[in-house]
Design a protein around this ligand. Structure first.
Ligand code: HEC
Ligand SMILES: [Cu+2]
Length: 375
């Protein structure tokens, strides 16, 4: 087989494998169907631009092909040295830019309304969600309700066919309500991108960007981080569950009472057993620390230290508590967790790290130990 033939064969084999795979439903030629007024407008703009570009492409390729075939040198044609002196030769220099500008203004004219709406902050919002990107997960804070949701990617086993596009805790939102997103990041640039429901702005540490939407249809909408943010960039998918107002209210009530129970537990003076703390600690670890230090506690050599047998996780308790609560003084990538986690969560987490993966120090840290450090 010739080189070009085997190249063609491998391309068609690749295409076949893409379209024949069970995931082929996910592959589409066009952008996903929009389900919000503003994304619908953007979709229409995209269609308009694509149609104009396709027409121009057909005309230009047609003309060029015709000229190449019709006026080829082998037929004895010679370039016309006086073309620019003819009336068409003179005026086409003006005509072509005028046409191009006309096309540009047609597109810009339709875009201006969408752009104005993107920057329209004057309307009242029903729900405000602060979306925080961090390496490598999303945290959602419902500003009106004081509810916080941490959203992590599911493992291959848990996610099944939606691997790389499924999370443990989706962002739940009501349909038909104006929703405002406040975008920021805790470490590097990220971008929260769910094309069906909302346009995209960067998540920038120390800075807040604003976007808004009204979701018109219930459903599950998937997206991903759209700003290269490091080695885990591909592992911070986004899932939005859009539900009716009733379901949203029920979800919110449940979430709030679960948080109240957790807060009451954390502030009680109960003494916890090693087993209780290990179970809770594992959950907290899997939500907040697993992206860097890994489920097996072995970290990622060269980037994130192993906690299994690590000098701090098996060293003095005070140093361990200090590292987790206040973060690393040498490397800002290891953040301070004192503000994000309550006393019980911190106590459980540190107990877990000191006893999991064969660390077996036997140390049990109580919420009261954390409380005394906080003061
Ligand atoms: C974004 C990545 C990242 C996340 C998430 C993260 N860490 Fe770290 N962690 C690091 C890095 C990087 C260091 C090394 C810091 C240094 O060199 O001082 C570190 C160091 C540590 C250490 C000291 C290890 C040693 O022996 O030197 C402990 C303990 C630790 N982290 C616990 C946690 C806990 C608990 C969580 C979850 C609440 C967590 N980390 C989440 C990146 C992370
Ligand atoms: Cu990211």
């Amino acid at each position: 087989m010739s080189k070009s033939k085997s190249f063609l064969a491998s391309i068609s084999a690749f295409l076949l494998s893409v379209f024949a795979s069970p995931a082929s439903a996910e592959y589409a030629l066009n952008l996903p169907e929009p389900v919000a007024p503003l994304t619908a407008q953007m979709y229409d703009l995209h269609m308009l631009t694509t149609k104009i570009a396709t027409i121009i492409m057909v005309i230009v390729i047609g003309l060029v092909t015709y000229a190449i075939l019709r006026f080829r040198k082998s037929k004895g044609f010679e370039a016309d040295q006086n073309f620019h002196k003819s009336a068409f030769g003179t005026w086409s220099w003006i005509l072509v830019p005028v046409i191009v500008l006309g096309i540009d203004l047609t597109i810009a004219g339709s875009a201006i309304d969408a752009l104005n709406q993107v920057e329209d902050y004057s309307q009242k919002n029903d729900v405000t969600v602060k979306v925080i990107g961090s390496q490598w997960k999303w945290t959602y804070e419902y500003m009106e309700d004081d509810v916080r949701v941490v959203s992590n990617m599911l493992s291959k086993e848990e996610a099944g066919e939606h691997y790389l596009r499924a999370v443990d805790n989706p962002l739940v939102l009501p349909v038909g309500k104006r929703i405002r997103f406040l975008h920021t990041a805790s470490d590097v640039l990220h971008a929260w991108w769910v094309p069906e429901i909302v346009y995209k702005k960067d998540s920038i540490p120390g800075y807040i960007n604003e976007t808004w939407t009204i979701i018109e249809k219930e459903g599950t909408y998937r997206g991903q981080c759209a700003e290269n943010c490091g080695t885990g960039h591909a592992f911070m998918p986004i899932v939005v569950e859009a539900v009716s107002q009733d379901k949203y209210d029920a979800w919110m009530t449940e979430k709030k009472s679960a948080m109240q129970v957790a807060a009451a537990e954390a502030s009680s003076d109960k003494t916890w057993t090693l087993e209780e703390l290990m179970t809770r600690g594992e959950q907290v670890y899997n939500t907040n620390c697993v992206a860097c230090h890994q489920a097996n506690g072995e970290g990622v050599p060269g980037a994130f230290p192993a906690l299994k047998g690590g000098p701090i996780a098996t060293g003095p308790v005070e140093g361990h508590i200090d590292m987790v609560m206040n973060g690393s003084s040498k490397n800002p990538v290891m953040a301070a967790w004192a503000g994000a986690l309550n006393d019980l969560e911190l106590a459980a987490l540190i107990t877990y790290e000191r006893n999991a993966w064969g660390n077996n120090t036997g140390d049990v840290i109580q919420p009261s130990d954390i409380k005394s450090v906080r003061k």
